[in-house]
Design a binder for this molecule. Structure first.
Ligand code: PGA
Length: 254
């Protein structure tokens, strides 16, 4: 089906200049499958983006963790998509649940951000996911479908979008979704894309899983047919991120 495995490392609001250099040198020294097998993107805080970009091996890429919803201007504290383009930052993470929950980003706002970033030529890791309450009330699929619809309403081309399914209850909690739970939602998301964006979009869009992925649980998750990679938080700051990248080889005999 030709969906290249994708592993993103979301460093969140962590690190000093020294720590960042250390992580990059660990990544640079690691032996991982080639770019044909796995696409690796790390996402440091904004202030470290130029440093990481300048030091990082050329087969790995960088992502910003957010950007402003429209063209830059009088928006104190924001970073525009144009600035990311200016620094040759190819990717951005949008709609992360921490921003949805703590900074009240609505699904519509996230949809607008995705559309604007794409219009500037930036590729997007777009995050969706349900809370524990929503899962327990049986509305998981409806919630992630609505979040995906808010994006689909604003974009016509999915070539440069990776969809990240990140159940909120699994993020940073050590409580990973089971492979079956992840597969079920990924499969529903792919069906949603099929019915609403077309068969080609459904077949080609990478749907990656995020939420307490680590070196020990990644292989079993990676083996699920609709899991096309990972968005990794805590473990992306540690050497085990390399094991997660290597889990791409699980797909090799497809
Ligand atoms: P976690 O975070 O791996 O620390 O659970 C994942 C994410 O928020 O992207």
């Amino acid at each position: 089906m030709g969906r290249k495995f994708f592993v993103g490392g979301n460093w969140k609001c962590n690190g000093t200049g020294e720590e960042v250099k250390k992580i990059v040198s660990t990544l640079n020294e690691s032996e991982v499958p080639s770019e044909d097998v796995v696409e690796v993107v790390v996402s440091p805080p904004f202030v470290f983006l130029p440093l990481v970009k300048s030091l990082l091996r050329s087969d790995f890429h960088v992502a910003a963790q957010n950007c402003w919803v429209r063209k830059g201007g009088a928006f104190t504290g924001e970073i525009s998509a144009e600035m990311l383009v200016n620094l040759s930052i190819p990717w951005v993470i949008l709609g992360h649940s921490e921003r949805r929950a703590l900074l009240s980003e609505s699904s519509e706002f996230v949809g607008d951000k995705v559309a604007y970033a794409l219009s500037q030529g930036i590729k997007v890791i777009a995050c969706v996911g349900e809370t524990l309450e929503q899962r327990e009330s049986g509305s998981t699929v409806a919630v992630v479908a609505a979040q995906t619809k808010a994006i689909a309403d604003k974009v016509s081309n999915w070539d440069n979008i990776v969809l990240a399914y990140e159940p909120v209850w699994a993020i940073g909690t050590g409580k990973v979704a089971s492979p079956a739970q992840a597969q079920e939602v990924h499969c529903e998301l792919r069906k949603w894309l099929h019915n609403n964006a077309g068969a080609e979009v459904a077949a080609s869009t990478r749907i990656i899983y995020g939420g307490s992925v680590n070196g020990a649980n990644c292989k079993e998750l990676a083996a699920q047919p609709d899991v096309d990679g990972f968005l990794v938080g805590g473990a992306s700051l540690k050497p085990e991120f390399i094991d997660i990248i290597k889990s791409a080889t699980v797909k090799k005999n497809d």
